[in-house]
Design a protein around this ligand. Sequence first.
Ligand code: HEC
Ligand code: HEC
Length: 231
Amino acid sequence: MKLIIIGWVLLLVLGQAAAAAATDRESEAKPSLAYGAKIYQARCVLCHGREGYGDGMLPMSLKNYPDTNLHEPKFGKALDELRLSVIYGGSLGTMSAEMPPWGDELTYTQVESVTLFTKLLIDEPKKAIAMVDKTQAGTRPTERVGRAIFKNYCSLCHGDNGEGDGKMAKIIKNPPPFNLTLSRAPDQYLMQIISKGGAGMGRSPRMPPWGEQFSETEIKSIILFLKTLRR
Ligand code: HEC
Ligand code: HEC
């Protein structure tokens, strides 16, 4: 059971990387806090939590996971230290190997941006979160965004066309990932099961909760897309 959780969590991490690659295409030329906020959302929330308090989905679902609360005094707070941690992660030898090194994967601009944002998150969490909310406010749900999220985060289990035949379907049975082409659940129900996960709705806990990871607008986008899959 534990291995299965670790397995899908690892795949989720890989999925995250793919999601972030999509954001990379709109990459900006100069480091900025706003760009950093986007990268943090895509790459770091899973382990560090939306506000950096260590309540990401991964530490919450695995026992004995190292503390990922960035507000802990034991973690570096200076910009230079943060930058090194982001670039080298566990390979620095000063922290758990569970912290991935991002230097190979992120461009210079991305490393700088996410480092700036992480610093703001530590120094002024309210301000940082307000910034994230602002980048998301005013945006309307679109099928296009829903499709991109689905591809990166959901198809792993539900399959590219939502038929319940993703890679993870081989190991997730009883019940298997839902065949979403047959789903007739109303929007309100979809909103809830996507936010709270199966466990929150008295269904299989293998359907993860996404409420922390995605904004309300993003979940509405996912729902728009899910309805295009229906037959
Ligand atoms: C797969 C999980 C995971 C992801 C994803 C992740 N981290 Fe971490 N990170 C950790 C863990 C675990 C630690 C704690 C290491 C320890 O306690 O030794 C950590 C520690 C840190 C530290 C503190 C290091 C120190 O000693 O000062 C910083 C800063 C940090 N992460 C930033 C980030 C940023 C920025 C991102 C996104 C680009 C990110 N992390 C993504 C797991 C993760
Ligand atoms: C780790 C595998 C996994 C991932 C990843 C996953 N799901 Fe699921 N999902 C499931 C399983 C298993 C069920 C069946 C739960 C049950 O029937 O008790 C399910 C059920 C659902 C349902 C219920 C459909 C209905 O009509 O009742 C919806 C909607 C759904 N998932 C959407 C999503 C979305 C959107 C994502 C991505 C953001 C996602 N899932 C990611 C495994 C997964």
